[in-house]
Every structure is written in C-alpha cells, then in structure tokens.
Design a protein around this ligand. Structure first.
Ligand SMILES: Nc1ncnc2c1ncn2[C@@H]1O[C@H](COP(=O)(O)OP(=O)(O)OP(=O)(O)O)[C@@H](O)[C@H]1O
Length: 115
C-alpha cells in the first residue's frame, strides 16, 4: 500500500518538476485551463468534452515525455553530440505535432459555435 502511495508521490514530483522547469509546460497548462473554461461557457456536449480532454491530455503527456527525454539527454550527454541534439529535436517535434492536433480538434469544436 505504501509502495502504491509512493508511486503517486513520485509521479506528482515529476509533474511539479516539469511545471517548475518548463515554460512550455506552464503555457500548455494555462491554455488547457482556458479551453476548459471556454468549453464550460459555450456548453460543450457529452461527445465534445471527451475530444477536448483527449486533446489536452495528448499535449500534456507529450510535454512530460519531452521533459523526461531532455533531462535524460542532459544526463548522458552533457557535451554536444549530433545524436543528443537529434533526440531532443525529435522529442520537441512530438510536442509540436500533438499541439497541432489539439489545435485542430479545438478549432473543429469551437469555430462552428462562433460563426
Ligand atoms: N547535448 C546536445 N548536443 C547537441 N545538440 C544539443 C544538445 N543539447 C541541446 N541541443 C540542441 O539544442 C536544442 C535546444 O536544447 P535545450 O536543451 O535548450 O532544449 P529546449 O527544448 O530548449 O529545452 P528547455 O525547454 O529546457 O529550454 C535541442 O533541440 C538540440 O537541437
């Protein structure tokens, strides 16, 4: 039971680390809160909410993996190396793609409500 509780504490520590060290993670968290508030305001349907939750979760998860990969690369390759750079660039690309997908979902859901 204590081990299970500890695993939640470790995961929470990871969230706090990402939030404290990554400006992009903070920006995405604020954007997520704004989107949820907007969704509340326009009254999203029971089918629209899950799509928004998945879109937000996709970006947050990608950001967390990106942060973990950055920390790992800095640990194993503090010196410059083309492959270390490529690993970071690929992780950053994953975040970018997730954010584009999330933006597309948000536009599909919200734009028709304002036109
Ligand atoms: N060890 C390295 N070797 C080669 N290139 C690197 C290395 N570390 C970083 N880079 C290059 O510099 C870019 C920026 O690296 P950095 O560690 O600042 O990542 P970041 O995404 O800006 O992270 P942060 O969010 O912490 O500012 C990487 O995407 C990569 O192209």
């Amino acid at each position: 039971m204590k081990a299970l509780l500890n695993s939640f504490v470790y995961a929470f520590n990871g969230l706090v680390y990402a939030f404290k060290t990554q400006l992009n993670f903070k920006i995405h968290c604020v954007a997520a809160l704004l989107i949820v508030a907007l969704g509340w305001w326009v009254g999203l349907s029971n089918t629209e909410w899950p799509l928004i939750v998945i879109a937000i979760g996709l970006v947050i998860v990608a950001e967390l993996f990106n942060t973990g990969i950055e920390v790992l690369v800095d640990l194993v390759s503090p010196q410059q190396h083309p492959k270390a750079g490529a690993v970071k660039d690929i992780a950053a690309a994953a975040v970018l793609i997730s954010a584009i997908i999330a933006l597309a979902i948000a536009l599909f859901i919200f734009v028709p409500k304002f036109v």
